[in-house]
Structure formats: structure tokens, C-alpha cells
Design a protein around this ligand. Structure first.
Ligand SMILES: [Zn+2]
Length: 176
């Protein structure tokens, strides 16, 4: 089993993902309750509890929703592992700064795209308008949905336990 736990807000809205230790501490101190748990038990200093997989906080947290961390992998997932210049799909991708860094392009969601090696090489250090290349779509920060489903994907064992708590997410978090 992996050691990630889905944390829901008091109103059942997915809030974030935490480690097992943190989840057990929250449950142990009465700040959260277990909604879904794994098969095995966990022994804490005070008690034996089911291993949490989904917990719900007993209080309402008001804060910005979780955001997808900007990593190569998450950019590839956002772009569906597809080169944004030629449409080639695969795992052999690179990150391309649409506006090259030496021209002031920043390392941010809307300046990063997945590119296959030949396209990245072809584009080189040029601006897009200096090439004949085109982007499949303008790069944007992905919706928070990707944050939860991304972790879910990496932890297949959790996928089933989390699924009932994530379906409304697309609408709930739409327009972030
Ligand atoms: Zn390409």
C-alpha cells in the first residue's frame, strides 16, 4: 500500500493529500474521521485504528484549493504525453520553453509545453514566430482535478478507495 491519504474538507470537498503519519495524527486527535480505510490496521501510541485511505476533517478549512505542482511529469500529463508542436505521442518528451529562457521566458505553466526531441531541437532558442511551428493549444495551468487524479494515478491501490469522493470534482473545481 502507498502512504498517501485523501483529505476532504468538512463539506466533503477534496482538500489535499497527506502522508499516512499526518492522517493518523489528525484522526488520533479527533480532528478528522476515517471515511475509507485499507484492510490492515495501524498501531498508534494510543490505539489500533484501520489504516486510513480517505479522511474528512471535523472542521472547515478555508484556503486556496490545492494546485498542481509544476513538474516535468505534470506538464506531460497536462499535454497527454503529446508533443505540442507535431502531435507525436510518446514517453520520449522534453520540456520546451515557448519563449526561450534566454529571451526572458519564465518557467511557468503557460510558457512550458511538451515537445519531442526533434521539435525541441528544431525550435532551438528561437521564439515561436521565428519558426514555422505552431502550438496545438495554448499552455495553461491545469485544473486542480489533475492534482488529485495525478496522485491517484501514481497510487493505483488508492484509486478505488478515492474514486467515490472525486467524481464531482470536475464541476466542483471548474473555473479555478
Ligand atoms: Zn514534435
Amino acid at each position: 500500500m502507498s502512504n498517501v491519504v485523501l483529505v476532504l474538507n468538512l463539506n466533503y470537498e477534496p482538500l489535499n493529500i497527506c502522508g499516512l503519519g499526518r492522517a493518523v495524527a489528525l484522526v488520533g486527535s479527533g480532528k478528522a474521521e476515517i471515511l475509507a480505510s485499507g484492510m490492515e490496521d495501524i498501531r498508534t501510541a494510543r490505539a489500533v485504528i484501520p489504516r486510513p485511505s480517505v479522511i474528512k476533517l471535523q472542521y472547515l478549512v478555508r484556503r486556496p484549493r490545492a494546485q498542481v505542482r509544476l513538474t516535468r511529469r505534470e506538464v506531460f500529463i497536462r499535454d497527454d504525453y503529446t508533443c505540442q508542436y507535431c502531435g507525436l505521442r510518446g514517453r520520449e518528451l522534453t520540456l520546451d520553453h515557448v519563449i526561450p529562457r534566454h529571451l526572458g521566458g519564465r518557467h511557468v505553466w503557460d510558457n512550458l509545453v511538451s515537445a519531442c526531441r526533434p521539435c525541441n531541437h528544431r525550435k532551438g532558442g528561437k521564439r515561436l514566430d521565428e519558426t514555422r511551428m505552431r502550438l496545438a493549444r495554448p499552455p495553461r495551468r491545469p485544473p486542480a482535478t489533475q492534482y488529485f487524479t495525478g496522485v491517484q494515478r501514481q497510487n493505483r491501490e488508492e484509486a478505488e478507495a478515492w474514486a467515490p469522493y472525486l467524481p464531482a470534482l470536475e464541476t466542483a473545481l471548474h473555473g479555478m
